[in-house]
Design a protein around this ligand. Sequence first.
Ligand code: FCB
Length: 456
Amino acid sequence: MRLTFPPGFRFGTATSSYQIEGAIEEGGRGPSIWDTFSHTPGKVLNGDHGDIACDHYNRWPEDIALLKTLGVSAYRFSIAWPRVLPTGLESTPNPAGLAFYDRLVDALLEAGIEPWVTLYHWDLPQTLQDQGGWPDRSIVEHFVRFSDVVSRALGDRVGHWITHNEPWVVAMLGHETGAHAPGIVDKGKALAAAHHVLLSHGAAVPVIRANVPGAKVGITVNLCPAVPASPSDIDAEATRRYDGYINRWYLDPLYGRGYPEDRIAAHVEEGWLESPELPFLQDGDLETIAVERDFLGINYYSRAVIRGAEDGNLPRTVFTLPKASMHTDFDWEVQGNSLYDILCRLHTDYGEKEIVVTENGCAYSDGPDESGCIADTRRTVYLRDHIVACHRAIEEGVPLTGYFAWSLLDNFEWAEGYSKRFGLVWVDFETLERRPKDSYFWYAKTIASGVDPWSL
Ligand code: FCB
């Protein structure tokens, strides 16, 4: 039996600018924080960087042809801010930068593929970082201006807009742990960065709407369902804290509930804040953040199984990988059921009216065998299980309207460089040859005729 999806449901794939474009010095592009970070020794595995990446900037016609053969109805990509505004400060945009996205959008439409634009997928102009970056409130107006410029230029053809990709990653990996650009380690700055990302989302939405009549505007959050490793109180408490840290800190303000009290208290206890007064919060900010959206994008990869442990006087979170679980090359547990759970939670706890899975996928390194085929069966199994979970959620009444597989191509996987391959299409990073994997052909079949849960 094949499971079919409601009419209008979109199957797509997603990518992001720094991960695939390369051509960092072409077309007047300015440097971004990821150029700086990846060229700082020791920051990215093997010293990898996005200077060339998949060279999508030059090879995009081939990539659009791959999308067309795959049969997706939508493609999510991001705009490199420093292509459009090389320092972020220019009063007029860089024509060559906009022209690149212009051509891309036209070619997608010609191929019958709906373009979904993400405005910020992490490549901040370095100059704006030098002026304080996300921890500084002035970044909000810079982001709004960038959103204005891009939505004016593409809004006659692009109807779907995502302001930000994964505020938690921007704020926490960028400013708490320093694992991502700009590599800052400062909990106070991390919380300020999170706030300014959310605030800039809220401030940009009306600007995009004004430029693009009928636009559908949303934001994408990364959600990670947290489950306790045992029924003990300490595991339950650690799980609640982690859920507050990674999920509710972003969801609650977006849904007009303000920042969660229990997590504010935990931030004070854990030394993130001196007092429950949030130093970055100004009058009206929470209303701005809670602006009405058209949809919520979620990126889902795995769940977190959590054990609590005492660390001095503080509860500490320890992640455990259940022994019997399957996991990807990232050691992320494969858990389709948790995608179902989080979709249901957004529906029942938050009352979301439209949800789109804007990323879902897995890292496996399978490459070509002697015959040239790429038998990435584990990826197909992963995608199948997660798409079946989406179908089950829809049957339960969850208003899920789209699913984007991450990613079209193997690409620059941030701090992991080229060592983690998420693509439906294999990329040889020496020759830049593209070669569809078996999962690509499976996804094409699923898009064309529904998913068969018992295939394989
Ligand atoms: C997400 C990012 C995306 C990609 C996947 C694996 O957090 O949005 O760019 O790196 O993880």
